[in-house]
Design a protein around this ligand. Structure first.
Ligand code: 3PG
Length: 214
């Protein structure tokens, strides 16, 4: 998938649920729960050994949903993610080696940036959309407004510490492509298979997205 199409879907969905899966069997019902709420994307982190199986299961069994591989910190993980069917890569920090591999292999990549220096470096690598991480700790919307001054063409995916109370402020900024976070699918709900709780959270968040981005 090219970056333009990926960005169009991310803007439309407004949210990236970040999920850490311990049991790959939970990945498909979780993905179906998200898709039923109108979400078009999920991020499965490489924080457990289940990540590759979970990405493969979702990409083959829930084709309507884009799967991003998250917490990718090595080129080998990016390669593994691509091999299992991931549609894009999210990294917590800016690693030029991972960015270059993704660019050379047509894989959309969203590296985390926490400073103006890192956003500038990402821009130099040819990127025009980065993750702002950890968004809340960095100052939230105030930090984004400050970065938007010098980096007027840059789109951001704020992630880290976002919840229902702060979502609206982020999504109201036109240079916020979408917001990432684990609040939609908390580990406890994923582990308990509590898809009703996940459905309730995602539907509430999607209702806000639709109000703000009709
Ligand atoms: C991530 O990897 O993007 C973060 O863990 C998500 O942050 P959150 O858990 O604070 O939402």
């Amino acid at each position: 998938m090219d970056m333009q199409e990926m960005e169009r879907i991310l803007r439309e969905t407004g949210l990236i649920p970040v999920v850490t899966v311990k049991d790959p069997a939970t990945a498909v019902p979780l993905a179906q729960t998200l898709a039923a709420a109108g979400i078009r994307v999920m991020e499965i982190t490489f924080r457990t050994g289940a990540a590759e199986d979970a990405i493969y299961a979702v990409s083959t069994q829930v084709p309507d949903l884009l799967v991003l591989a998250g917490t990718v910190v090595t080129v080998d993980q990016a390669k593994a993610a691509a091999a299992t069917g991931a549609d894009g890569i999210v990294t917590p920090g800016l690693d030029p080696e991972i960015v270059s591999w993704c660019q050379e292999n047509g894989m959309p990549v969203f590296p985390g940036c926490a400073t103006a220096t890192e956003v500038q470096a990402a821009q130099k690598l040819g990127l025009h959309c980065v993750k702002l991480f950890p968004a809340q700790i960095l100052g939230g919307t105030a930090m984004l407004k400050a970065l938007h001054g010098p980096f007027g063409e840059m789109q951001f995916i704020p992630t880290g510490g976002i919840g229902p109370e702060t979502l609206k402020g982020y999504l109201s900024l036109p240079y916020v492509l979408c917001c990432g976070g684990s609040w939609l699918c908390p580990d406890s709900a994923v582990e308990a298979g509590d898809f009703a709780a996940i459905s309730q959270r995602t539907q509430a968040a999607m209702a806000l997205v639709r109000r703000l981005r009709p």
